[in-house]
Design a protein around this ligand. Structure first.
Ligand code: NAD
Length: 221
C-alpha cells in the first residue's frame, strides 16, 4: 500500500478560492477565524459566512473585516439543528449560494471524566458529559448534511462545491487524556471516508501556532 503523501502550503502559495462564498463553522476564533481572514484577503470578491455562538471580537479580527459587507457573522448553536439550518438559509439568502463549507468548529475533551468517577446528588455514577460528541461529531455531521443539500442546488447541480473538515491527529491516533475527543475525531474521519466514495472532498489538517495559521498540511488518504 502506498504511504500517505504530505505537502505544505504557505499563505503566499494560495491563489484561491476566488469569487466564491465560503461558510465556516466556528469562525469567530482560532483556525476558523484565521481561515476567514485569509479568504477575505485572497480575493476582493470572496464572501464569507461565519457560524459561531460567539460574536466576532474586535481584539481578534480587524474592523475592516468585522464591518466588511463581504462577511456575514451569524450567532448560532451548531448543536441545534434548527439553529444551524436557519444559519445556512440566512447565508444563502444574503450571498445567493454556498460554494465552500469549512466544517471546523470543535471543542476539547471536557475534564478527565472518563477515568475519574463523578457522582450525582444521589451518590450514583454521574451521566457522562457528551458535549464533545455533540459538537465535534454530531454537529459536524449536520454541517456536512446541510452543505451537500445546498451545494446540490448550485447551478442546477452542475457546479457542486468543496467541503473541508478539520480533523485532528487524534482522529488518526488515540490521543492520551482525550478519549471522547479521539472517538469524535475518529468519527469525523469515518464520515469523510464514507462520503469520499460519492463526493469530491478535501481533508485538511492544520498546524496552528499562536492562533495564526502558519502552514496547512493536506493528507491524501
Ligand atoms: N488548535 C489546535 O491546535 C487544533 C489541533 C487539532 C485539531 N483542531 C481542531 O480544529 C478545530 C478548530 O480549533 P481551534 O483551536 O481553532 O478552536 P477555537 O476554540 O479557537 O475555536 C472554535 C470555535 O468554535 C466555536 N464553537 C464551539 N462550539 C460551538 C457550537 N456548539 N456552536 C457554535 N460555535 C461553536 C467556538 O465559539 C469557537 O469560536 C476544532 O475542530 C479542533 O478540534 C485544533
Amino acid at each position: 500500500m502506498a504511504s500517505p503523501k504530505a505537502f505544505n502550503i504557505v499563505p503566499s502559495d494560495l491563489k484561491g478560492p476566488t469569487d466564491s462564498v465560503t461558510l465556516i463553522t466556528g469562525g469567530a476564533a482560532g483556525i476558523g477565524l484565521q481561515t476567514a481572514l485569509l479568504l477575505h484577503d485572497i480575493c476582493p470578491k470572496n464572501k464569507i459566512i461565519l457560524l459561531d455562538h460567539h460574536q466576532l471580537n474586535p481584539q481578534q479580527a480587524p474592523e475592516s473585516f468585522i464591518k466588511s459587507n463581504r462577511v456575514l457573522a451569524l450567532q448560532c448553536d451548531l448543536t441545534n439543528w434548527t439553529s444551524q439550518r436557519e444559519a445556512f438559509e440566512a447565508g444563502v439568502q444574503r450571498f445567493g449560494t454556498i460554494d465552500n463549507v469549512f466544517v471546523n468548529a470543535g471543542i476539547a475533551e471536557y475534564k478527565d471524566q472518563f477515568f475519574k468517577d463523578e457522582l450525582d446528588e444521589q451518590g450514583k455514577l454521574k451521566e457522562p458529559d457528551r458535549r464533545v460528541y455533540d459538537v465535534d461529531l454530531a454537529a459536524a455531521n449536520d454541517t456536512v448534511k446541510l452543505a451537500i443539500h445546498h451545494m446540490r442546488k448550485n447551478k442546477n447541480g452542475k457546479a457542486g462545491g468543496n467541503i473541508v473538515l478539520t480533523a485532528s491527529l487524534a482522529g488518526y491516533l488515540a490521543s492520551a487524556g482525550a478519549p471522547l475527543y479521539s472517538a469524535a475525531k475518529h468519527g469525523s474521519f469515518a464520515l469523510f471516508r464514507l462520503i469520499l466514495c460519492s463526493l469530491c472532498l478535501s481533508v485538511l489538517s492544520h498546524s496552528c501556532c499562536n492562533q495564526k495559521v502558519k502552514q496547512l498540511t493536506i493528507f491524501l488518504p
